[in-house]
Design a protein around this ligand. Structure first.
Ligand code: GZL
Length: 332
């Protein structure tokens, strides 16, 4: 039997919990309203689990679906296009209401997207885009501007070089993302555009894919250092490859962030930790928290409402000075 004090404590606890639950129903602080996706079944094919960015992205999609009451069928393709195509075919067979996916590479989707169109199932792209001969094969893309991210990384490198007092030629190694993936193609393009327009003394002396993974970044950076011991800068298409490269740089007896300046893209927690330790000099953020925007689009598409062709995510740039202060507030 509860005594009076315990009873009041318990009652207050229940009321508080109820209150929290009640106020939580109004807003998940991302502007989406609670439970308005009930009755919708979404088939989602995820690239894989190759990076910290991908982990945060998958969690965001799952949490947003739960919050909005969308019934989510989720598959992890282990970075294989054939697995994504199989998953999409399975969603078509299950007659889901909407299909969404993050295409591992840009090409090879027309056939399966035509099957979805024939089955009258709308398709939403998230994160990465596709090249297609028929724009009607998908409704919209919810994701970042990767070319702009490459340009932003180059502008961050300008600041990093100035702060380091670097004079003269700049020898750059580039760790590319997955071959054929939109972020890899477009980040390289954006970076090269700024180089060509403003920096004749910058030269990319080595460039190879590390497949967006830590292991890939470490292995390829070790090879880079063998062939080019005088590299000044590493431009990595994501933090996970940069973190792998840091291990190779330190194994070669060099100081990452000092002997070799590092600029990366993503802004995952471990990237911020490396920046706060002085091992990465700057990061152009690529926001993985696409879940709420995706669910809002899915609801609109299901209701037959029109949506924009490209729903871009908001993101910022961070230098070492900002890293420590920003770290506690990072959501991923
Ligand atoms: C970018 C995303 C990329 C990240 C990597 O939107 O597709 O894939 O930059 C991830 O970390 O593996």
């Amino acid at each position: 039997m509860l005594n009076r004090r315990d009873f009041i404590t318990a009652a207050v606890g229940v009321a508080a919990a109820g209150g929290l639950a009640a106020c939580a129903k109004e807003d998940d602080s991302t502007g989406s309203t609670y439970g308005t996706g009930k009755g919708i079944t979404l088939g989602f094919s995820q690239v894989g689990s190759e990076s910290g960015w991908r982990t945060a992205n998958s969690l965001s999609v799952k949490q947003a679906a739960k919050w909005q009451g969308v019934s989510l069928k989720f598959s992890d393709a282990q970075q294989k296009q054939e697995n994504q195509i199989s998953a999409i075919r399975s969603y078509i067979a299950q007659k889901v209401d909407v299909i969404a996916f993050s295409p591992v590479v840009v090409t090879g989707w027309d056939a399966v997207l035509k099957e979805a169109k024939a089955a009258k199932i709308p398709v939403v792209l998230t994160d990465r885009s596709v090249e297609t001969s028929d724009p009607s094969l998908y409704v919209t893309l919810v994701g970042s501007d990767f070319t702009a991210e490459g340009e932003r990384a180059a502008v961050l490198l300008e600041k990093v070089l100035e702060k380091a007092g670097h004079k003269g030629a700049v020898k750059i190694a580039q760790l590319e993302g997955t071959t054929g993936a939109a972020p890899a193609i477009e980040r390289a393009k954006g970076f090269a555009k700024v180089m060509k327009a403003k920096h004749p003394d910058w030269k990319i002396v080595a460039s190879q894919t590390g497949d967006f993974t830590r292991a890939g970044g470490k292995q390829v950076m070790a090879a880079f250092l063998q062939a080019h011991p005088d590299i000044d800068v590493l431009f990595a298409h994501n933090d996970d490859m940069a973190i792998g490269a840091i291990q190779a740089i330190e194994a070669a007896g060099k100081k990452p962030g000092k002997d070799i300046l590092i600029v990366s893209i993503d802004g995952v927690r471990d990237g911020f930790v490396a920046m706060s330790k002085g091992k990465i000099n700057a990061i152009a953020e690529c926001n993985p928290l696409l879940g709420p925007q995706l669910m809002d689009v899915v609801k609109k598409v299901h209701a037959g409402e029109s949506v924009g062709r490209w729903i871009k995510t908001k993101e910022a740039d961070f230098t070492q000075e900002q890293a420590k202060a920003a770290l506690p507030k990072r959501k991923y």
